[in-house]
Design a protein around this ligand. Sequence first.
Ligand code: C5P
Length: 224
Amino acid sequence: MSASAAPVIAIDGPSASGKGAVAQRVARRLHFHYLDSGALYRLVGLAARLAQVNIDDERRVTTLAAALDAHFDDEDIYLDRQLVTDAIRSEEAGADASAVATLPGVRQALLLRQRAFRAAPGLVADGRDMGSVVFPDAAVKIYLTADAEERATRRYKQLIGKGMNASMAAIFQDIQARDDRDSRRAIAPLEKCSDAMFLDTTNLSIDDAVEQVVARYATATQAP
Ligand code: C5P
């Protein structure tokens, strides 16, 4: 199978919807590769901060994105050979990521890098525009979401679990601001593709969501 023909399961949705956890588990179940596209935007945000480049400066941020020295090793993420797995998970890093993600040059610079993750036996790609822009020919497209309040609670528990400081009210506000910016931006906005399956995880466990995605994939790839 050529890499470009390797099947893709695209999982898009708003922040803290659980799509990262679901996507990772689906990838493990199917022995597929995994692309956390949000991590790339977070890395660009961090690279800009470290280089003291204003995150609105499209030309300079695009240059950083094009030259991004990023390395993924299972759950560990490196920027310029420095371990930044936790550093890119802060709320601040999420806000920076969402700001640089509005820049067309940055999205273009990351496009081929994301497509390069596509390899046999398959790829589970998680993000905002996986089904619409990066892998429009994905075998399965999922739009995974949950109530904003439920998502804020999940994010809060995640941050506290990592020993980080967190305020529920600030997280809720941040999630709403990020949803707003991600859905309204002119380029590759967060939206459900018409051919995506809607999966609401407000009252669904991660395991149940994984089952639904795997079942959808099995149906989609079944021989007629
Ligand atoms: O998924 P995560 O919360 O890590 O993404 C961080 C930010 O990166 C999002 O708020 C969004 O603005 C941006 N992003 C994007 N396109 C993707 C993945 C993430 O614009 N495919």
